[in-house]
Design a protein around this ligand. Structure first.
Ligand code: SF4
Length: 1547
């Protein structure tokens, strides 16, 4: 007898096939592989997205290798793996793909089955396969399977590793052939000891799967319908195909086709077999209870399923030699006793029976197991049992029994008729955990009862509970979720009581239950009751005589009176506790046991969005309905960008709306990564509200590896698009006559809008916040967008009607505006030639019109790695794979704009003008006629892209026959910045009109140039740019405001004022810039003027903070010599004032209110005069700085004018060495542009400094290049003129000469962190402010902390040129208070690596419009990845100057860093090495366009080498030069020479 055959036999051919193949070791691996091969989509259920399941690691491996599935329709596509958290209603993810004709399988443990019953009923009618590993791992509970046996699914069981592979395959083949869902279940422990098996040969898998049937299924799709009601879908198998009117016979016989819901009636009519109860047990055609669905008779019967399974097994046997049947009988043919086992011990029992001796009571017994558990075909069981069997023990491994008789016992009893001549006794047992040591004993017990005269039913075998194992699959909260818990902690401290935090310990309660709202609510109620009892006890104690001291009584009495007031109770609590502790009596000790209850706790339930799925029945409902004062914090982690794909069918209910509808609850919707202060506000309001509160908190979550940047970007998109609006709803407001609803973001979704409309809240809101009116009124969506496109096109056509001439459609895709303006000019020129021209962005063009065009030309530039610019992407996506577009009657041409030097590596040259070339090729392939050959504009040509364009355009006119048109109108020259300045009436332009235009958040292009002079730039949030475009919305425009703060010195009062401005008018953050000033971001147009006024009220200004004027004048911050600093700083202020523009426009536009202005302007233009600048100001921006040796913290070489302070013998400022012509801006690959260091002009006395600066500026004003802005900075003027000539002009104008420069010495250009004392005994502390960003995060409340410090500081703040902050002039006696605050807010920490402390990054994404790559948000991450290496090489304390900018404009002065990264494209940087440590030498290009992995690959060995080979005191930049890693740049003019990676010119 060989019971164990199941785990071993493999036939020879399979062995040969598998010889070279991978060995499979676990049933989960076997199942995952088959599921992957046989599915279009695999839903992988995981404990958390960060924790793999035993299946998911394999699935990810296959997907990572891009392994093909056997059922993929497209050779290049690989199955989609959808990872879903197990407590996140995973089966919802099945509906959408299965209805669209995709084969879906699910890999999961059994914990999800019971909560998914409602889905199981509906999914039974689709060919879905569920592979289920039974839990718990060491003692599986089969009751989960018996509980769902009536859901209409087919159930297959496997017990060994080999069977797991074979049954997995059977399950997929059966699902496809029968059109019905199949559950394949197994207890992994049963195969724990099995040897590895070869992976099934894919030919066998393909044959068994029946790819033809697969294709027929895939070619159909089912109309989407709800999942909360029966959608009427009926399974259709290849055995009984659905007749479809008009379908040919051959098509009909094809079989498995998804059937739309509407065809339900037809399906019912064509049902060819009626259902009969399985109990009859004697008919092959019977339909089991399991497969009967009351509402719609199934198309397919139990017998059909059985037949299909049998055929599959016959096929399997033929190819691999293993045989299977619906009921497996193993044992002697003449056995009299049998075990019918439904549990995980089959193998162990079989092994004991195998080795039984004749005298054993269980000798010669057989084992029967169900392989096809549902449909249960009684007759097949009867056939499987030899006539000799008289007694059957039915062993069911069911942990919780709900009925008297086990379900298996009933199945066997109803199938196998007992009685004389047949089976005499069928006896049920409940199979508990049987220790392997006692199997024989257990068997003996079973057989003793079975063979007794009157066997007892329902005996328990083994013990109920298996030895406990660590449960690894418990739900896990994403680490990021701790953000909100930290805030709760911050706000409520020891008053916080969270009832059901994930991972909290609740003895005897499973993690799932403990995390449920019901459980939490119950425990909060218990907590409240406990406290009420405690209050009574305290009251009683107040008049008790049991205390040993008098202290407690009074305080207890006072406390009891105020116990319900959180603030007062909290205040008295400390006193009461102290008194009780001193008292020490037993009564005091008793009260102290619950001392937490002396505080009025803030009671919180925390949970996830999974609570939304069955909202009506859930604990959320109970809490709301109870009216209890309980707060819920519900975290929603569905990423915005995934919601459409993953949640199409989820119908997650909106908890916020649900709660607001209740009317009695406080509701808030928040997102910590969008508005930190709004979260604080909401949590405080919720705590205060006397009733239930629901705070919804958004925290998009992809996986534990998410970088904060991803979370931030996702949050912004969700909030900005209205998917996750920020709002607060407080029913108490009504009593105060205020609207209940406050909207804290700008867009809301339709459902919310409807709710508010119904409640009349929308009107109130609009009245209160008119700025919202326009965004609230607009809807968005793809249909709207489509209609807009159509309308735009029709309007154009109407316009053109009546015009003669041939039509010419011009479409453009433009990244930086060049292609767009070229297209528009082409359109104008065409029109002048009598053509009917239409010009549009590709994204606005309705693609369906393409084949009806007569003439069409495309102009496109290049984005990213050879991709279409954003406004051409959708168009390209729509046509690129098209095979049915017929362009035979369309004439076309393409002009591309690119840069042949952009990609230095030879292999990347293909990206040059790729979109244009791709488009041209495609249009040719689609049969289009070439109007003119493709034109390829190249930035490297003498006239840039114009060179090729000027050849291409005439060819278009010639091809259209309009090249000889006479009398063309003269074209106006393009408008330049110089024109704008000139026409602006001293910087007024139409700024006022633009500010007053409520229809857009933007201002005109010309005004955008002018507002720079006023210290503000228009920007748009690039994180949400694409999303808004897709929604048909204008970009999220806002303004950056930069203050003018000479020398970077601000009073504490000013600091608080700046902080207020950022909170109330900006985006809740401030940036301390590399020019020592405050910068605000995210100021929307409507708040721009109030923000400017607030800045001026704080005695700062913004005038000339940007623009073609002298900007903020910098000065070393010098904490150690305050008196000397004061003298030098005074000069920086003097220069700044002296060079200020004089226009009244600033005052007029920003600082006068509307009434004033009417009086002031009074109908006549204001006459302005700019004595220094004249009407066109300077050719380009102009920057001045002062450095005080030995500190070069302001990078004196990087500016148009750099003043080096020279101290006299008396210790006072004597004068300055003056450098001129430094500058950072450059353009990638444009060798005519370069960074430059300032050249020494000589020395001048301190009192002359502002005049010397003025004269240098004036020579630049008159000699700078006003034609080419890329060549307009002073550095080019001086290089073109030579230093001597330029200096002579300055001296002429000045009437004085520069004296020879005086000696000086710089030592570093970084800040010194921590405390320092100055010569007057005052203290200074330099804070490390990473990249100058002042903000609060849940982890670090830096902004609040600095504000608190500013409130008490008596000294001043100094902003440093490295974007850090110094708290200055602190007297010794004030130190303790400030140090306490610093400690409280963790602001005293300066223990960072030397690299981090010496780093600096510009703003870049998301606000800077010029950014090509991340900078401020990425540099800290990159440094984090290098710090281990620094540590390992003993470099942690070494200062290495590393800088990063998002583009070559160079705002963070990257070219002077020892190592720098300058953005090239998103995620790609040019790397520079060899800068001088104290900013004296420019660096040089080392590598182009490298990504993080390459950066790390270069940096790590280089740092190691530096650690090992450096000379005493040698700096990193010098080391790179000395060792030949890079050549030294001795002057800006040789910056491009001898670079490490020469750019190749080859195509
Ligand atoms: S360096 Fe470039 S990306 Fe960075 S802030 Fe300046 S302009 Fe923007």
């Amino acid at each position: 007898m060989a019971f164990l055959f199941r785990s071993s036999s493999v036939d020879e051919s399979a062995k040969m096939d598998a010889a070279s193949a991978h060995q499979i070791r676990t049933p989960e691996e076997a199942v995952s592989r088959i599921a992957y091969l046989a599915s279009d989509v695999v839903v992988s259920v995981q404990p958390s997205l960060a924790t793999d399941s035993p299946f998911s690691s394999h699935l990810k491996r296959y997907a990572g290798r891009k392994d093909q599935s056997l059922v993929a329709q497209n050779a290049s596509s690989v199955p989609e793996i959808i990872s879903v958290r197990q407590n996140n209603d995973p089966l919802l993810s099945v509906f959408s793909p299965i209805r669209s004709g995709k084969l879906v399988s699910v890999t999961t443990n059994s914990s999800i089955l019971l909560p998914s019953v409602s889905h199981l009923y509906k999914l039974a009618q689709y060919p879905v396969v569920l592979h289920v590993s039974l839990e718990p791992k060491n003692f599986a509970d089969y009751s989960v399977i018996t509980s769902i046996r009536n859901t209409g699914w087919t159930f297959l069981q496997s017990e060994t590793l080999q069977e797991a592979q074979d049954m997995a395959l059977t399950a997929h083949a059966l699902a496809v052939r029968t059109g019905k869902g199949v559950v394949h279940f197994f207890a992994p422990e049963t195969s724990a000891e099995d040897k590895a098996i070869p992976a099934e040969n894919t030919t066998v898998v393909r044959d068994v799967l029946d790819i033809d049937a697969v294709r027929r299924f895939q070619s159909g799709s089912i109309h989407a319908s709800g999942i909360y009601a029966d959608d009427g879908h009926v399974a259709v198998s290849s055995i009984y195909p659905e007749p479809v009117v008009g379908q040919s016979q051959t098509e009909k016989s094809g079989g498995l086709t998804p059937v739309p819901a509407e065809s339900k009636a037809t399906s019912a009519m064509t049902s060819v077999k009626t259902s009969r109860a399985s109990e009859s047990g004697d008919s092959e055609a019977s339909v089991s209870v399991a497969t009967t669905v009351e509402t719609a008779p199934p198309q397919i019967t139990s017998a059909d399923i059985y037949d299909a399974a049998t055929r599959i097994w016959v096929q399997l046997q033929a190819s691999v030699g293993r045989s299977y049947s619906a009921f497996e009988y193993t044992g002697p043919a003449d056995a009299t006793n049998a075990l019918f086992i439904f549990g995980s011990d089959v193998g162990s029992f079989a092994a004991v029976l195998d080795n039984a001796k004749n005298e054993d009571i269980f000798a010669k017994a057989a084992v029967i197991t169900p392989r096809l558990y549902r449909p249960w075909i009684g007759s097949k069981l009867v056939n499987a049992i030899p006539k000799s069997i008289k007694r059957i023990a039915v062993l069911e491994q069911i942990h919780r029994k709900t009925t008297k008789w086990g379900p298996l016992l009933i199945d066997v009893l109803t199938s196998v008729k007992s009685g004389p001549g047949g089976v005499e006794h069928i006896v049920g047992y409940q199979l508990g955990y049987v220790d392997p040591q006692v199997i024989t004993q257990a068997l003996r017990g079973i057989f003793q009862n079975l063979t007794s005269e009157k066997p007892i039913q329902n005996l328990e075998v083994g013990v109920r509970d298996a030895p406990t194992q660590e449960i690894q699959d418990a739900n896990q909260a994403p680490k990021l979720e701790t953000a909100y818990n930290k805030i709760l902690d911050q706000l409520f401290g020891n008053r916080r009581y969270v009832a059901n935090a994930l991972r909290s310990e609740h003895a005897g309660i499973s993690a799932n239950v403990a995390a449920s709202p019901e459980f939490g609510f119950g425990s909060l109620l218990a907590r409240k009751q406990l406290r009420n009892r405690f209050i009574s006890e305290a009251k009683a104690a107040a008049s008790s005589k049991e205390f040993t001291t008098d202290g407690p009584k009074n305080f207890l009495a006072r406390w009891a009176m105020n116990a319900e007031d959180p603030a007062k109770a909290g205040e008295i609590a400390d006193d009461v506790i102290a008194r009780l502790e001193t008292d020490g009596s037993p009564l005091a000790q008793k009260l102290l046991r619950n001392k937490g209850l002396f505080r009025k706790e803030s009671l919180w339930l925390t949970g996830s969005d999974a609570w939304a799925y069955d909202l009506g029945n859930s604990g959320v409902h109970h809490v709301l309905a109870s009216g209890e004062n309980v707060n819920m914090l519900i975290i929603d982690s569905t990423p915005y960008s995934e919601k459409a794909a993953a949640d199409a069918e989820r119908r997650k209910k909106d908890i916020g709306l649900y709660a607001m509808n209740f009317g009695n609850a406080y509701v808030a919707s928040t997102a910590v990564y969008s508005s930190y202060t709004q979260v604080l506000q909401a949590l405080l309001e919720a705590d205060k509200f006397d009733g239930p509160s629901v705070v919804l908190a958004y925290l998009p979550y992809f996986g534990e590896g998410d970088s904060p940047l991803t979370v931030l970007q996702e949050t912004k998109k969700a909030v900005d698009a209205g998917y996750w609006p920020l709002y607060r709803w407080n029913p108490d407001n009504e009593k105060k006559g205020e609207p209940n609803f406050s909207l804290d973001s700008e867009l809301i979704k339709q459902e919310l809008k409807n709710f508010l409309k119904r409640d009349n809240q929308l009107t109130q809101l609009m009245q209160k916040e008119p700025k919202f009116a326009s965004s609230l009124a607009q809807d968005f969506g793809t249909e709207v967008r489509a209609q807009q496109k159509r309308k735009a096109k029709d309007a154009y056509n109407q316009l053109l009607e009546g015009l003669l001439g041939a039509p010419l459609t011009i479409l453009y895709a433009s990244d930086n505006g060049n292609a767009a303006s070229l297209a528009k000019r082409l359109g104008n020129r065409g029109r002048a030639r009598g053509l009917k021209t239409t010009v549009m962005a590709m994204e606005d063009y309705p693609v369906e019109d393409l084949s009806s065009e007569e003439n069409i030309v495309f102009l496109t530039s290049v984005a990213g790695q050879g991709e279409f610019p954003q406004n051409g992407l959708a168009f390209w996506d729509a046509i690129k794979d098209s095979t049915d577009l017929d362009l035979a009657s369309v004439s076309f041409s393409v002009f591309g704009l690119g840069d042949s030097h952009y990609w230095p590596r030879k292999e990347d040259k293909i990206y040059y003008n790729k979109p244009g070339k791709d488009l041209f090729r495609l249009l040719t392939n689609l049969g289009g006629k070439v109007l003119a050959d493709i034109g390829l504009g190249d930035d490297q040509d003498p006239d840039a892209y114009h060179t090729a364009y000027n050849e291409w355009e005439p060819k278009i006119w010639a091809a259209l026959g309009v090249d000889k048109v006479e009398g063309l109108p003269e074209e106006p020259p393009p408008i330049t910045n110089e024109d704008i300045k000139l026409a602006s009436n001293y910087l007024r332009g139409t700024i006022v009109e633009g500010l007053n235009d409520p229809s857009t958040g933007a201002i005109s292009a010309a005004d955008q140039q002018l507002t720079k002079f006023h210290g503000t730039y228009m920007q748009d949030d690039r994180d949400v740019r694409d999303e808004r475009k897709a929604q048909g919305l204008e970009p999220a425009y806002s303004f950056m405001i930069r203050c003018r703060l000479p020398g970077g010195v601000a009073t504490p009062k000013q600091w608080v004022q700046m902080d207020d401005i950022s909170n109330e008018l900006g985006n809740e953050t401030m940036k301390l810039t590399t020019r020592q000033t405050f910068q605000f971001h995210g100021v929307v147009k409507g708040k721009l003027k109030p923000a400017m006024q607030a800045i001026n009220r704080s005695l700062m200004t913004t005038i000339a903070a940007c623009g073609d004027v002298n900007r903020n004048v910098m000065c070393s911050s010098l904490p150690t010599q305050s008196s000397y600093h004061r003298e030098v700083y005074a000069v920086s202020a003097k220069i700044s004032d002296h060079l200020l523009p004089s226009t009244n426009a600033y005052h007029e536009i920003w600082l006068t209110d509307d009434d004033n202005k009417k009086t002031q302007v009074a109908g006549e233009a204001v006459q302005d005069f700019e004595p220094l600048y004249g009407p066109t100001y300077l050719p380009r921006k102009f920057k001045i700085t002062i450095a005080i040796p030995p500190h070069n913290d302001t990078d004196v070489y990087a500016h148009d004018i750099g003043l080096i302070a020279i101290k006299g013998a008396d210790g006072h400022l004597e004068g300055f060495n003056i450098l001129a012509g430094g500058g950072m801006g450059a353009t990638h690959n444009n060798k005519k542009t370069y960074p430059q260091t300032g050249r020494m002009f000589g020395y001048c006395a301190a009192e002359d400094a502002h005049i010397a600066c003025e004269k240098i500026m004036l020579v630049q004003r008159d000699h700078g290049d006003r034609k080419n802005r890329k060549h307009a900075r002073l550095k080019y003027t001086i290089d073109d003129m030579t230093v001597d000539v330029f200096r002579a002009k300055v001296e002429d104008l000045w009437g004085k000469k520069f004296a020879p420069a005086k000696p000086f010495k710089f030592e570093s250009n970084v800040d010194t962190f921590g405390w320092q004392k100055d010569e007057n005994g005052l203290n200074h502390f330099t804070f490390f402010i990473e990249n100058g960003r002042i903000e609060d995060t849940p982890e670090f409340q830096m902004k609040t902390g600095l504000r608190e410090i500013a409130k008490v500081l008596k000294g001043e703040f100094r902003l440093t040129g490295n974007q850090h902050l110094i708290m200055s002039n602190v007297a010794d006696e004030d130190l303790p208070a400030l140090q306490a605050l610093m400690k409280q807010y963790k602001l005293d920490n300066v223990q960072f690596s030397g690299l981090r402390l010496s780093s600096s990054a510009c703003v870049a994404f998301p606000t800077c419009g010029l950014a090509m790559a991340e900078s401020e948000r990425y540099l800290p991450v990159l440094i984090g990845k290098l710090e281990d290496c620094l540590e390992a090489n003993g470099l942690r304390q070494d200062s290495i100057v590393m800088r990063m900018t998002g583009c070559p404009n160079g705002c963070a002065r990257p070219w002077l860093a020892e190592v720098a990264f300058v953005g090239k494209a998103y995620g790609a940087y040019n790397m520079y090495l060899g800068g001088g440590y104290h900013g004296q030498r420019l660096n040089k290009l080392y590598r182009s366009s490298i990504k993080e992995d390459e950066i790390l690959e270069i940096m790590k060995p280089l740092l190691k080498r530096y650690a090992l080979e450096r000379e005493e005191g040698e700096r990193f930049g010098d080391f790179c030069v000395r060792t030949g890693v890079i050549k030294a740049t001795t002057d800006g003019t040789n910056f491009h020479e001898g670079v490490a990676e020469e750019e190749s010119d080859e195509e």
